[in-house]
Design a binder for this molecule. Structure first.
Ligand SMILES: C[S@@+](CC[C@H](N)C(=O)[O-])C[C@H]1O[C@@H](n2cnc3c(N)ncnc32)[C@H](O)[C@@H]1O
Length: 199
């Protein structure tokens, strides 16, 4: 927290809140809902956090609460560690973290996919992270111990209307309205997303 606040102290377009991501009401506090412009699509980054959430906390239900709070046209980017590709190595990680403050719960593909319930996956869907929109020269035949996907909230992208008072943070859809976000919008969000949820 202290480091985050320090590096963002001169950034008027970012804020920091201390919250438990498993309790969306603590993340979606006025400090956030009054800072971000909820009349415009929002990019929600859940990068490398949900493998800290055990099944008994019902991760899909938690994500659904964020989904329901997002404005139309919003996008979710989520990555999640898995033991699918390197079971031996990843079992060692789980074992090493077992008694730490942050035990980890790697999930197989079939358990990560339901986390996107109620979203429309942006192509190429849920894939090994190096295969999600790789840079032109990057190898795509590799797999890593992490799945990644981006998804749109299943509501149409609204027609963009400039706010009378410019919000401090908002994502500006640049393309025509009346279509669901695709690769271009996903990339825009990932490149220029609001700092919304960083562990
Ligand atoms: C692997 S780091 C990823 C951080 C960041 N998303 C990034 O990509 O750099 C995971 C972070 O999530 C935090 N974390 C774990 N469980 C959390 C929870 N319930 N609420 C908020 N943060 C949590 C951990 O403390 C850790 O700082």
């Amino acid at each position: 927290m202290a480091h985050g606040k320090l590096i963002l102290q001169n950034n008027d377009n970012a804020t920091v809140v201390a919250a438990d991501l498993c309790k969306p009401e603590t993340v979606l506090s006025p400090a956030v809902t009054e800072f971000l412009d909820f009349t415009q699509p929002i990019g929600l980054l859940m990068v490398a956090v949900f493998h800290f959430v055990p099944d008994e906390r019902h991760p899909a239900d938690i994500i659904a609460r964020y989904r329901d709070a997002l404005p139309p046209g919003s996008l979710l980017a989520l990555s999640h560690l898995t033991a699918d590709h390197k079971p031996t190595e990843m079992a060692g990680v789980v074992e090493a973290m077992k008694n730490s403050r942050d035990p980890m719960y790697f999930r197989p593909y079939d358990a990560v996919l339901p986390l996107f319930e109620g979203f429309d996956l942006v192509e190429p869907g849920l894939v090994s992270a190096p295969q999600w929109h790789p840079d032109p020269d990057a190898p795509t035949d590799t797999t890593e111990g992490v799945y990644a996907a981006s998804a749109s909230s299943a509501k149409p992208t609204p027609t963009y209307q400039p706010s009378p008072t410019p919000p401090r943070c908002s994502f500006r859809p640049s393309s025509e309205p009346e279509h669901l976000p695709g690769r271009t919008e996903a990339r825009q969000v990932l490149d220029g997303a609001e700092w919304f949820l960083r562990g």
